[in-house]
Design a protein around this ligand. Structure first.
Ligand code: SF4
Length: 447
C-alpha cells in the first residue's frame, strides 16, 4: 500500500528550503504521493526515510523488462486508468504461440514469416515482440532445443511456458541470455518457479484462478524477494477477462494495492476458435489493459490492425507525432524539380509525401518544425506564418540545390503568401491545392 501525502511529509526534513522546485515539504510530499515528483529531487532525505519512501515513489504498476536486443520491451509502468488523463507508456507486447512439439522446419518457416511482418508507419517500425513456447508433452530436450532456436535464430523475445520445473530449467539454460518471461508460478509450483526465476534473475508470470488467488501468490513471491512479476488471472472467458483486467489496473492505481501492481498476460489464443475472433479479443485487451497478448499465430491481416491500434493507444495524446525538420527528397529531384513546403505533423508529412510519390514527379519537400501541428492549426497558432516560413526557407539550404526560385505552399495556408513574398522577395509563391489528393494533378500541370 502506498503512503499518503501526510505520511510522506512526516518523513521529509520539513525545512521548506524549496530546492525541490516547490516551496514547501508538504507540497513536495503531495506531489510525490501522486507520482508528480521524483524522490531524488530532495537532496536532504535521510537514508532511512529513503527506504520507506521508495515504496511511495515507485510506479504503482511495476515496469517489467522482457527480452533482450532488438525486440526487448517493457510491460507495465502505467500510471492512469484512461489515456486522456496523461498517457499510456508501455505498449502491449504481442506474442505468437509455438507448441514444443512443432516440427523444427515448420518453426524455422514460422519464424521467418513472423520476422517479415514489420511495417513502417509515421517513421516507426511496427512489429510484434514475442514468441510463447509452450511445453505440450514434458519433453525437456525438445523444449530447450526450440527455445535455443528461437533465441539464437530470431530477434523475438521469449515466453517459456511449462508447469514442469525440470522442463522450465532446460528452457532457461538454453535461452536465459534472451531474458525470457517464465510462465507460470501457480499454487502447486510457486516455490520452485520462484526460486528458479530468482536465481536466474528472470521475470516470472503468476497464474491463479481469480484476482484473490493472484494477490496471495503475488504476496508469496514478492516475499521470496521476486520483483518482476506478470499476472494471469486465469480466466479465458471474454467478459471475465475484461473485468479482471480492469480490476487489476484499478487496484494499484486507485486503492494502492501493490500485490496487483504488475502488468498482465492474456491469452486470446485460448479464447477463440479462429484467428479473426482472437484478433477481436486481442483488440479489446490492448485497449483494456493487457501487458501482453498471446495469439495462436501472426498473420498480416490480423497483426497489422493490432499494431496500428496499439500505436494509436500508446502515443502521448498531449504530444503530436512529428517528423524532423529539413529537406526531404521525394524520388530523385534535381535542380529543376518543384519545391513544396508543409508542417512537421507526421500525418501531414506522410499524406503529402505519399501524394508526391504517387505523382511520380521528383520533388523537394521542405518540412518545417511547427511543433507537430497540422497546416491549419499551425497557421492559426502563428507557427506557420509567412515570415517564419520565409526564414526557414532561407536557412534550410534549398536555394543551393535548385536553379529556380519557386515554392508551393499548402492551399490552406494561402493567406501567408503576402508575408512570405516579403520575406522571399525574389521567389515566386505558388499556392498549392487544399486537398492533398490534388497534389499529383497540380505537380503534373506545373511540370
Ligand atoms: Fe523539503 Fe526537501 Fe523540498 Fe527542501 S528539497 S523543500 S527539504 S522536500
Amino acid at each position: 500500500m502506498g503512503l499518503t501525502g501526510i505520511q510522506i511529509f512526516k518523513l521529509l526534513p520539513k525545512t521548506n528550503c524549496g530546492e525541490c522546485d516547490v516551496p514547501t515539504c508538504l507540497a513536495f510530499a503531495m506531489n510525490l504521493a501522486s507520482g508528480k515528483a521524483e524522490l531524488d529531487s530532495c537532496p536532504y532525505v535521510s537514508d532511512e526515510a529513503k527506504e520507506q519512501l521508495a515504496e511511495a515513489s515507485a510506479p504503482p504498476i511495476r515496469p517489467v523488462a522482457i527480452g533482450a536486443g532488438e525486440r526487448a520491451f517493457m510491460a507495465g509502468g502505467e500510471t492512469v486508468m484512461f489515456r486522456h488523463e496523461k498517457t499510456f507508456y508501455n505498449p502491449t507486447g504481442l506474442a505468437a504461440l509455438v507448441p514444443s512439439d512443432m516440427d523444427s522446419e515448420v518453426l524455422d518457416k514460422k519464424l521467418k514469416e513472423w520476422n517479415a511482418l514489420q511495417y513502417e508507419r509515421v517513421g516507426l517500425n511496427l512489429r510484434p515482440e514475442l514468441v510463447a513456447l509452450k511445453d505440450v508433452n514434458g519433453d525437456g530436450s525438445a523444449f530447450a532445443a526450440h527455445a535455443k532456436k528461437i533465441a539464437e535464430g530470431s530477434e523475438f523475445g521469449l515466453i517459456l511456458m511449462s508447469d514442469n520445473i525440470d522442463t522450465m530449467q532446460a528452457g532457461v539454460d538454453a535461452c536465459s541470455f534472451k531474458k525470457p518471461l517464465l510462465y507460470a508460478a501457480t499454487d502447486d509450483n510457486a516455490e520452485d518457479m520462484g526460486t528458479l526465476a530468482k536465481e536466474s534473475d528472470l521475470p516470472l508470470a503468476v497464474k491463479a484462478d481469480s484476482t484473490d488467488g493472484l494477490i496471495a501468490l503475488s504476496d508469496k513471491l514478492t516475499g521470496m524477494g521476486l520483483k518482476d512479476l506478470v499476472l494471469d488471472s486465469g480466466s479465458r472467458d471474454i467478459k471475465q477477462i475484461f473485468e479482471d483486467q480492469v480490476v487489476i489496473r484499478r487496484a494499484p492505481l486507485k486503492a494502492g494495492n501493490r500485490s496487483l501492481g504488475f502488468p498482465t498476460i492474456t491469452f486470446p489464443c485460448d479464447m477463440a476458435s479462429n484467428l479473426d475472433m482472437e484478433t477481436v479479443i486481442a483488440s479489446m485487451l490492448i485497449a483494456k489493459y493487457a501487458g501482453i497478448v498471446v495469439m495462436s499465430d501472426f498473420r498480416g491481416d490480423s497483426l497489422f490492425p493490432l499494431l496500428l491500434q496499439r500505436l494509436n493507444i500508446f502515443t502521448d495524446p498531449q504530444r503530436p507525432m512529428t517528423v524532423t525538420e529539413g529537406i526531404y527528397e521525394i524520388g530523385s529531384p534535381d535542380e529543376n524539380s518543384p519545391v513544396l513546403i508543409t508542417t512537421n505533423f507526421s500525418l501531414t508529412y506522410f499524406i503529402v509525401s505519399g501524394e508526391i510519390e504517387g505523382s511520380r514527379v521528383p520533388s523537394w519537400l521542405l518540412i518545417m518544425d511547427t511543433e507537430g501541428l497540422s497546416v491549419m492549426t499551425a497557421w492559426a497558432a502563428g507557427k506557420f506564418s509567412g515570415d517564419v516560413a520565409g526564414i526557414f526557407v532561407k536557412k534550410c539550404g534549398i536555394a543551393d540545390k535548385i536553379a529556380h526560385k519557386k515554392i508551393i505552399i499548402p492551399g490552406y495556408a494561402a493567406s501567408i503568401s503576402g508575408d512570405l513574398e516579403e520575406e522571399l522577395p525574389d521567389w515566386e509563391i505558388i499556392i498549392g491545392p487544399r486537398d492533398a489528393s490534388l497534389i499529383p494533378k497540380s505537380l503534373k500541370e506545373l511540370a
